[in-house]
Ligand binder design. Structure first.
Ligand code: SAM
Length: 194
């Protein structure tokens, strides 16, 4: 895992962050516009530059947590959002993290793992969510022609992965993706089965 952390950290050092949108994801922010309880515990794992963390914090979600194992990404975040609480920045491996959240946000984190790791991701998300907690965000509905990351996939595959532990509230083509991803991603809202 140390090698993976170094790989990702180097991407930030080299500014080779082609996945970065430079602002908070519109479909994710649209979802949060309907969330009235600002005290919910929200985790954004593999958050990178973490535009959504910044935006949610500014909107008053006081319990939003950023997790990433790239020191460089987190340093840049700290510089950009200096008043964000340090205790809500977790520098570490997602798979070793232990806590409980109401909502976990997915945004190009799942696609950073080789498909063989996806079962582990689903298990860890389920473990980090409280009963009835939600996984919300986006998954690529697209196969890339190069070897990843990102690693693509399709709805059928995702349903098989998530259905045993989650109630699939929404998994559908995202209509308000950013232009380069339009038609290539699914919006998901999954409830952890109790
Ligand atoms: C493709 S980037 C996505 C960043 C961000 N979600 C975005 O959309 O801009 C993947 C991120 O996941 C982080 N990451 C990958 N594996 C991780 C792990 N096991 N634990 C913590 N962070 C991880 C990387 O450091 C990187 O910031």
């Amino acid at each position: 895992m140390k090698d993976r952390a170094e790989y990702w950290n180097q991407q930030y050092i080299n500014q080779a962050t082609g996945w970065d949108m430079g602002y908070a994801s519109p479909p994710i922010m649209k979802y949060f516009a309907s969330v009235k309880d600002k005290s919910l515990r929200i985790l954004i794992p593999g958050g990178g530059y973490a535009w959504e963390v910044e935006q949610l914090w500014k909107l008053g979600f006081q319990n939003v947590f950023l997790l990433d194992f790239s020191h460089k990404a987190l340093t840049l975040f700290r510089e950009r959002v200096p008043n964000f609480p340090e205790e809500q920045i977790i520098e570490g491996d997602f798979f070793k993290h232990e806590s409980k959240y109401d909502i976990i946000v997915e945004q190009t984190f799942f696609s950073s793992f080789e498909p063989s790791q996806r079962g582990k991701y689903v298990e860890q998300v389920a473990c980090l969510l409280m009963d009835g907690g939600k996984l919300v965000g986006l998954l690529f509905n697209h196969e890339f022609t190069f070897s990843g990351p990102p690693y693509g996939g399709n709805q059928e595959e995702y349903l098989k992965l998530f259905q045993p532990s989650f109630h699939i509230k929404t998994m559908e083509l995202c209509h308000n993706s950013i232009k380069p991803r339009l038609g290539r991603e699914l919006f998901i809202l999954l409830y952890k089965e109790t």
